[in-house]
Design a protein around this ligand. Structure first.
Ligand SMILES: Cc1ncc(COP(=O)(O)O)c(C=O)c1O
Length: 391
């Protein structure tokens, strides 16, 4: 597709190529020094003792659940308004996802409804910081403490977020991040998990690589020594190649966030008072990580708006149709339309608009005008039959 305004464009370039060349000139392509350097930077950015680089956020969530001994027979409370991986990671661990309705103004898991879903089988709460706006972690921590539950954060959208002075990972057992192709920090495919607990970090290191007590680059550095396999582990380790792409991006993170905020404010101004569009709330007590710019369109069918924008060669996608109504979940757990009306309303209305740091500010106005064009067409269509009836 020849987009006039693409949905997303990455900004990786010469510095990433130079960094990659550094790795290619060395001997270790798999997990090694570049990964360690990335982990140190990522942990310090998030004010955590440990960061482990892995192949995806899905893998990070899976590992976090396993490391906390959550598995068959256990329930994990989460949100239906997320990417499916939030819930499939719970299934991968053998546990059962229990969905709880979301807040009408943000789309985030509603802490006021969490306690009613807790049973004797509940082991953890798995909130998602949707679009980059942090959930109310203080409220969730209070509930988790009252019931002896773990918290694992799906922070795939939220590296830079802060709420009430709290960053992802600071009030939970583990926070999981994604470096997927469109994420604020990206290497195409990748992820990380941050934890403060030393023993948990050691367990996660084993789970990340087959349960092995030694990694290949340690043998390369120190000479071969026999290793043992001490627990059942997975193959989730990040390679130096991805880490090389990620490392230089730290220098641009803050500037990119400033730019994302400028673009979001321009969108917000354009949509303020636009009949048929609701902008999800941000919060004065929060730094919004601004991963995606999403609006909820109720002035026309969302899919009509999607088609209209695509016809104008403007990229747009849907984040997300609710998980509980995905065919697999509906069939396996018997979910039906009406089970989570707020998440379903958002799922029917939500549309994510072009948004990336190098996007020209003026393109925001072009997108907003196109949205208004589609809405005004719908208004005319709506008005036409009643005019005809009056005539
Ligand atoms: C909210 C959320 N959770 C989890 C994931 C899974 O991330 P990954 O693709 O790194 O496994 C994504 C990916 O887009 C996501 O948006």
């Amino acid at each position: 597709m020849n987009w006039k305004i693409p949905y997303f464009r990455h900004d990786l370039g010469q510095v990433e190529l130079d960094s990659l060349a550094g790795v290619l000139k060395g001997d270790i392509l798999t997990t090694g020094e570049a990964v360690s350097a990335f982990e140190a930077k990522f942990a310090s950015y998030l004010r955590q003792r440990h960061a482990l680089a892995v192949t995806s956020c899905t893998g990070a969530l899976h590992m976090a659940l396993l490391a906390l001994d959550i598995g068959p027979g256990d329930e994990v409370i989460t949100t239906p308004m997320s990417f499916v991986a939030t819930a499939t990671a719970i299934l991968e661990a053998g546990a059962t996802p229990v969905f709880v309705e979301v807040e009408a103004d943000t789309g985030n898991l509603d802490p006021h409804r969490v306690e009613a879903a807790i049973t004797a089988k509940t082991k953890a709460i798995l909130p998602v910081h949707l679009y980059g706006l942090m959930c109310d972690m203080r409220a969730l921590r209070t509930i988790a403490d009252r019931h002896g539950l773990h918290i694992i954060e799906d922070a795939a959208h939220c590296i830079e977020g802060v709420r009430d002075g709290v960053r992802p990972g600071e009030l939970s057992d583990a926070a999981c991040f994604s470096f997927y192709a469109t994420k604020n920090l990206t290497c195409g495919e990748g992820g990380a998990i941050t934890v403060n607990d030393d023993a948990l970090a050691e367990r996660l290191k084993l789970l990340r690589l087959h349960g092995m007590t030694r990694m290949a680059h340690e043998s390369a550095r120190e000479g071969y020594r026999h290793w043992d396999m001490v627990v059942m582990g997975w193959k989730y380790n990040m390679s130096n190649i991805e880490a090389a792409l990620l490392l230089p991006q730290f220098d641009r993170m803050d500037a990119k966030l400033v730019r994302r905020h400028a673009l979001a404010e321009r969108y917000d101004r354009a949509f303020a008072g636009m009949d048929g569009i609701k902008v999800p709330s941000s919060r004065p007590d929060s730094v919004h990580a601004r991963h995606i710019y999403t609006v909820w369109c109720h002035g026309c069918a969302r899919d009509d708006l999607l088609a209209y924008l695509h016809a104008e060669r403007i990229g747009a996608v849907v984040n997300y149709r609710p998980i509980h109504l995905m065919a697999y979940f509906a069939k396996r757990y018997g979910y039906q339309a009406g089970d989570f009306p707020i998440a379903e309303w958002i799922g029917n209305c939500t549309i994510s608009l072009p948004y990336y740091p190098d996007m020209p500010l003026e393109d925001v106005d072009v997108v907003a005008q196109a949205v208004e064009g589609c809405l005004s067409q719908a208004r005319q269509r709506h008005a036409a039959p009643s005019r005809a009836r009056r005539a």
